[in-house]
Design a binder for this molecule. Structure first.
Ligand code: ATP
Ligand code: MG
Length: 497
C-alpha cells in the first residue's frame, strides 16, 4: 500500500470510528442523565426477539441476497450479531440523538456567525454537549473560544431569538474554558395558582412551579428559609401562601408572624387559632425573648426522652413520654413556625427599640436558625436587603433554603445566591430563584388571593375576636394575643382537625 493510499485509508477509518463513537457517546449521556426512553426500548427489544424467533431476519438477508454472511446459529459470531440486533432500539435512539446533535452543531455555527459571537481571530464557540437536565430544561455546553462570559450574556437575546429557546442561566467554567447555557423550548408560566391547599404532606409546602415540575420544600430537609428580593417582587405574597399552606397541613403547629412594616401584611392571620401576629418591634422582641425559654425547655424535653429530634419524639408512644423532670407526661411537642417579614426593620431598628433588646432578638433568631431544626422551630425570614447590616450574617448562613425574587443589582443577587441569577430574572411578580443544598431553579411562586386565604382560614378563626384587635402601638410591649405554651398540648384544636 502506497503512503498516499495508507493516509487515505487511515482517514476513512478515523471517519468511521468518529461516526460510530457519536451514537455511543449519546447512549452514555442518555444513561447518565436518565433520559433514554427505556420502556419503549424494552418493548422494541421484545419485538426484535420475536422477529429472530420467526427467523424474519434470515428472510431479510435472503431477500437482500446476502444470506451467505448470515452468522450460523451456535457460533460466537451469532451471539454478537444477536446482541447487536436485539439492542437495536437503543442504537436507533442513539443514532437519532447523534443526528440531532450534528444538526445543532451546524445551526449553532450559523447562529454564532450571524450574531457575531466570535473572537478576534474569527473562532466560534464549539458545541461540546447538549444534555437534558429534566424533561423541560437542557444544558448546552460550549467551548468558549477565548470569549468572556459577558459576551455570551450580551448575546443572550439574540441567541434566544435565533435558536427559538428561552435561556435560564449562563455560567462559565473558567478552569475548563467552557460556557454552559441552561435553556428550555417553552416559556415559564407567568402565574401559578395552587389547586388545593388541603392535600399536602405535613411539613411540606410548594415553593413554585418550573416549566416541568412543582418544586416543594420540606421543613424536615430544609428547616429554615430566606426570602429575598426588591420591593414588589412577591415576598409577602409568597409568605401568605406559605403560612396558609403550612397552617392547613401541619397539625397543631404554632405560628409567630412578625411583620415590621406596620403589621398590614399579616392582618389576615389575626384572630386565627394558634397564630400570634406581631406588628411592632417592641412586641416582636418580647415574643422572641420568650422563645429563648421555649428552646431551653424543648432541649430538656428531648434529652429526657432520649430523642434526637422532634420527629422522634412525636413518633414515641404517648405512654412512654416523660417530662424534663423524668415524670410521665402527655406533652405534645408541636412545630413552631416563626415568620419575619422585612427583617431589616428589626435589625436596623436601633432608633426605635432598645439596642440591647435588638441584640437579644438577633441572638435568639440566630440560635433558632442554628438549633431549631431538631427542636421543630422553623424560621422564615423575608427581606428586601440581604446585606450584612440589614440581615445578621450568622442567621443568613444558617438558612439552608433561599428564595430570591428579582434583585436590583448583581451585588445583592450574589450576596443571596452566590451568583447574578436574581438580577437576570424577568420583572414578573412572583418570579424567583429557589436554591437549596441540592438544586437552584427558576420558579413562578403561587399566587394566593387574600380573599381565598381568608376563606381557607375562616374555620380556624377564634370565635370571639378580642375587641379592637389592631396593630399594637410601638410602645405596647404586652403580647397582643397569648400563644400556646409549645411544651403543652394546645387546648384549642384547629376546627375539625
Ligand atoms: N406569585 C405571584 N403571582 C402573581 N402576582 C404576584 C405574585 N406575587 C406578587 N404578585 C403581585 O405583586 C404585588 C407585590 O407583591 P408583594 O407585596 O408580595 O411584594 P413584596 O416583595 O412583599 O414587596 P415589598 O418588599 O414592597 O413588601 C402583589 O400585590 C401582587 O399583585
Ligand atoms: Mg412585602
Amino acid at each position: 500500500m502506497s503512503a498516499e493510499n495508507k493516509a487515505d485509508y487511515l482517514a476513512r477509518v478515523s471517519i468511521v470510528i468518529k461516526n460510530i463513537s457519536k451514537p455511543i457517546r449519546e447512549l452514555y449521556l442518555g444513561f447518565r442523565s436518565n433520559t433514554i426512553p427505556v420502556g419503549y426500548c424494552i418493548l422494541g427489544i421484545g419485538f426484535m426477539q420475536f422477529l429472530v424467533y420467526l427467523e424474519a431476519d434470515f428472510w431479510i438477508f435472503e431477500r437482500l441476497n446476502i444470506a451467505v454472511i448470515y452468522p450460523g446459529r451456535g457460533h460466537v459470531s451469532f451471539v454478537i450479531y444477536y446482541l447487536i440486533l436485539i439492542l437495536c432500539p437503543f442504537w436507533m435512539w442513539a443514532i437519532f440523538r447523534a443526528l440531532i446533535a450534528e444538526r445543532l452543531t451546524r445551526r449553532l455555527t450559523e447562529v454564532f456567525r450571524a450574531i457575531g459571537l466570535q473572537n478576534k481571530l474569527g473562532s466560534l464557540p464549539k458545541l461540546i454537549v447538549d444534555v437534558p437536565l429534566d424533561t423541560a430544561t437542557r444544558k448546552l455546553k460550549l467551548s468558549r473560544a477565548l470569549l468572556p462570559l459577558s459576551e455570551f450574556q450580551k448575546a443572550k437575546p439574540a441567541l434566544e431569538s435565533a435558536l427559538h429557546i428561552f435561556i435560564d442561566e449562563l455560567r462559565e467554567d473558567r478552569v475548563k474554558g467552557t460556557v454552559e447555557i441552561i435553556y428550555s423550548h417553552s416559556p415559564m408560566p407567568q402565574t401559578y395558582e395552587v389547586r388545593s391547599y388541603e392535600s399536602y404532606h405535613a411539613t411540606e409546602f410548594i415553593i413554585g412551579t418550573t416549566r416541568a415540575k412543582i418544586v416543594r420544600c420540606d421543613l424536615t430537609a430544609t428547616p429554615h428559609l430566606l426570602v429575598a428580593g426588591q420591593t414588589g417582587g412577591g415576598k409577602s405574597t409568597f409568605l401568605r401562601h406559605l403560612i396558609v399552606s403550612l397552617y392547613l397541613s401541619l397539625k397543631d403547629a404554632l405560628f409567630t408572624l412578625i411583620d415590621l412594616k406596620g403589621g398590614l401584611e399579616f392582618q389576615l392571620f389575626e384572630n386565627v387559632k394558634q397564630v400570634s401576629v406581631r406588628g411592632d418591634i417592641a412586641s416582636a422582641i418580647g415574643e422572641l425573648k420568650e422563645l429563648d425559654e421555649v428552646i431551653i425547655k424543648r432541649f430538656a424535653l428531648l434529652k429526657a426522652n432520649k430523642c434526637k429530634d422532634i420527629a422522634e419524639y412525636q413518633s414515641k408512644p404517648k405512654s412512654e413520654r416523660v417530662g424534663a423532670d423524668g415524670v410521665p407526661t402527655d406533652i405534645a411537642l408541636n412545630r413552631h413556625i416563626i415568620v419575619v417579614d422585612e427583617a431589616a426593620e428589626l435589625f436596623l431598628s436601633n432608633s426605635l427599640a432598645n439596642p440591647d433588646d435588638v441584640r437579644k432578638a438577633k441572638e435568639i433568631l440566630s440560635r433558632v436558625s442554628r438549633q431549631g431544626r431538631s427542636l421543630g422551630i422553623h424560621l422564615i425570614v423575608a427581606t428586601q436587603r440581604p446585606d450584612s447590616r440589614a440581615l445578621d450574617p450568622q442567621i443568613k448562613a444558617n438558612l439552608p433554603g433561599i428564595l430570591s425574587f428579582q434583585m436590583a443589582n448583581d451585588t445583592s443577587s450574589i450576596t443571596v445566591l452566590g451568583n447574578g441569577r436574581a438580577t437576570d430574572l424577568p420583572p414578573i411578580p412572583g418570579r424567583g430563584i429557589y436554591k437549596n443544598s441540592l438544586e437552584m431553579v427558576e420558579v413562578q411562586t403561587p399566587y394566593l388571593l387574600p380573599q381565598k386565604a381568608d376563606e381557607l382560614l375562616e374555620p380556624y378563626r377564634l370565635e370571639k375576636p378580642p375587641a379592637e384587635k389592631s396593630i399594637p402601638p410601638v410602645e405596647n410591649k404586652a403580647p397582643a394575643e397569648p400563644i400556646a405554651d409549645p411544651n403543652e398540648t394546645p387546648n384549642f384544636p384547629k376546627g375539625d382537625k
